[in-house]
Structure formats: C-alpha cells, structure tokens
Design a protein around this ligand. Structure first.
Ligand code: ZN
Length: 224
C-alpha cells in the first residue's frame, strides 16, 4: 500500500513538475493546461498574434547571444495574458510617435535558465536556477524601441546582453540622444506596470510577477 502511494506520488511529480537539480519546482505543460481552466490570466500569449507589427529578434534562437549557442529551437515570444495586454498598450503609445517595439526575449523555459547559469555563473546578469527567472514565469521582457519607418533600433547605452556597468539604467550617459531613448523606454514601460532591472536597461519585470509560477514548457508544446 505504502509502496503504491509512493509510486503515485512520484508519478504526479513527474507529470506536473520537472524534477530540477536545483530543487525548484517548475510547472510542466499538463499542469499548466489544468491551471488555465480556473485562471485564464495565466495563459501564455503569442505576442506576434496579439500585437500586430511587433518585431522579434529572439537572440537565444540564434548563435548571436552570450552563450554562442542556439538555446531555443523556435524564435517565439510569449508572455502571460496581463503582461501581453500591457505590452500592447505600450506599442500603441509608441506608435503615435512613429516608434515600435523589438523583443529580444520574453517567456523562457526554465531549462534555458539552468543552461545560462551553468555557462555564466554570475547571478548579477543571469538568474539563479535556485529561484528561477521572471522570464520563466512569463512575466519579463527584454526589448528595445525601433523607428517604424526604418526598422532601426534607437541608440541605447549598450547592446543587448552587455554584462557591463554601462548597461545599468542608473549609469549616467553623456550622449543626450541615448539618455532620451533610454528614458523613453523606461517611462513607457513603467506607465503600464513594468519595472526596469537594476543591471539591464532592456529587461523589464511585470509588477504582478509573483502570482505566476516558474514554467518549464517548450515552445513546441505551446505551438501545438
Ligand atoms: Zn531579461
């Protein structure tokens, strides 16, 4: 009896949560689908479908990222419903100024966070796998602003994933255009419920992120 109970427990753990070596429980696809029934806010929304005209440059689906490896098999940007809806409002605000959004990363499967940590180890710039990233919760976005006419990115203090002090949003910038662009990005995001990361001008957390669990769902599972 006791043995079969244990087997049942192990089975449930296998179905619902990825067994992570860092002890964090990450929700897998079957459990995620179940939670959507009682809480549709938790749905991961395809940003390209919700926000027409949004530009994606998903660096982790290419080798152009700090690991030098292709981490994602699909170049997709998903975020939880309230996060995606807030971003839609930000895109609309920017459009009035002839500007738009380019996404570098959005929802990130937990297994990618583990990989980043094992490559880089410095938790100033990569999330600890013991806690997971807000990207794993579908509540963080890495992005910049583009000129809608040319598609060019506005000039910012550094490139994406520059692990330097120049990337901190509090670091003074001498170029007034760069300062204006960084301020515009931060103000646009703050207006709709996001907060900039203290060491990355491009990373924004959705303020309600605590309500959303860490997920380990592959993009392929969401695309089905
Ligand atoms: Zn980020």
């Amino acid at each position: 009896m006791r043995g079969s109970f244990l087997i049942l427990l192990l089975y449930c753990a296998h179905v619902n949560f990825a067994q992570t070596k860092y002890g964090l429980k990450a929700t897998t696809f079957p459990e995620y689908v179940k939670t959507l029934k009682s809480n549709p806010e938790k749905e991961l929304i395809d940003l390209q479908k919700l926000i027409p005209g949004i530009v994606l440059d998903i660096r982790y689906a290419t080798t152009n990222n700090f690991t030098g490896e292709k981490i994602y098999t699909l170049a997709k940007a998903y975020a939880r419903r309230p996060v995606a809806e807030s971003l839609k409002k930000i895109q609309a605000d920017l459009k009035l100024q002839g500007l738009g959004i380019k996404i570098f990363d959005a929802y990130r499967p937990y297994k990618a966070t583990v990989k980043f940590y094992e490559v880089y180890r410095d938790t100033t710039y990569v999330a600890s796998p013991y806690r997971g990233s807000r990207h794993n919760r579908g509540c963080a976005l890495d992005l910049t602003i583009i000129d809608l006419k040319t598609g060019a990115e506005l000039k910012m203090p550094t490139g994406y994933d520059s692990f330097t002090k120049a990337a901190w949003p509090t670091t003074p910038v001498s170029d007034p255009v760069v300062k204006k662009n960084r301020d515009l990005l931060i103000k646009s995001m703050e207006k709709h419920g996001f907060r900039v990361n203290s060491s990355e001008w491009w990373h924004f957390d959705f303020i309600g992120w605590k309500k959303f669990e860490v997920l380990d769902i592959d993009f392929e599972e969401l695309e089905r």
